[in-house]
Design a protein around this ligand. Structure first.
Ligand code: COA
Length: 164
């Protein structure tokens, strides 16, 4: 039996954006299984609970049959080992991402030499996009329809008690 290539795509996803989806779609073509790992990030206080973030990603990735969504606490490499993953996927949007990603990837390699980090580039139209921008725009009632799928836009509006 040939070994399956299982990739973890980790992040806080507060909320998932079209830029994340672009990476998930690319990864789903390359790997046998893609597990989106919704993290508890000690440096962030998210707008959405971990369960809400997981459920939103499940909804917007339904059409990819080899994509699963899981939540995790603790170290990414421990989660990856538990899932029997051999790859960690990270998106590289701009040069400014590089230093942080380089540090994280080398640290993860030191902790788990059998797991390789691979970088995918999203479509250039998402290079400036991040979840904070989406949250800030929403709070100020800006139009986020080109940054997130419709179900995410609706869920943010409900969360912020705004008119649909
Ligand atoms: N499109 C749009 N936005 C994107 C994107 C893409 N393709 N890729 C990243 N972003 C955004 C994210 O939404 C996030 O936005 P925000 O900071 O405004 O909320 C921002 O860019 C940074 O993303 P990322 O670097 O993926 O941070 P994260 O918080 O989403 O994920 C973890 C970081 C969870 C992967 C990392 O902290 C981790 O591994 N934690 C587990 C603990 C651990 O193992 N620590 C040791 C690591 S060496």
């Amino acid at each position: 039996m040939t070994k399956k290539n299982i990739a973890i795509y980790p992040g806080t996803f507060d909320p998932v954006t079209n830029g994340h989806l672009d990476i998930i779609e690319r990864a789903s073509v390359l790997f046998d299984v893609v597990i989106v790992g919704v993290a508890f990030n000690i440096n962030k206080s998210p707008l959405f609970t971990k369960e809400e973030r997981r459920d939103l990603i499940k909804k917007v990735t339904k059409k990819y049959k080899n994509v699963r969504v899981e939540m995790f606490n603790g170290l990414l490499v421990d989660f990856a080992k538990k899932q029997k993953a051999n790859v960690i996927i990270r998106g590289l949007r701009a040069i400014s991402d590089f230093e942080y990603e380089f540090q994280m990837s080398l640290t993860n390699r030191k902790l788990a030499p059998g797991i390789t980090t691979m970088f995918l580039m999203p479509n250039e139209k998402y290079t400036y996009l991040n979840s904070s921008l989406v949250r800030e725009l929403s709070k100020l009632k800006g139009d986020i329809s080109s940054f997130v799928p419709p179900v995410v836009e609706k869920t943010i509006k409900l969360k912020l008690n705004q008119k649909l």
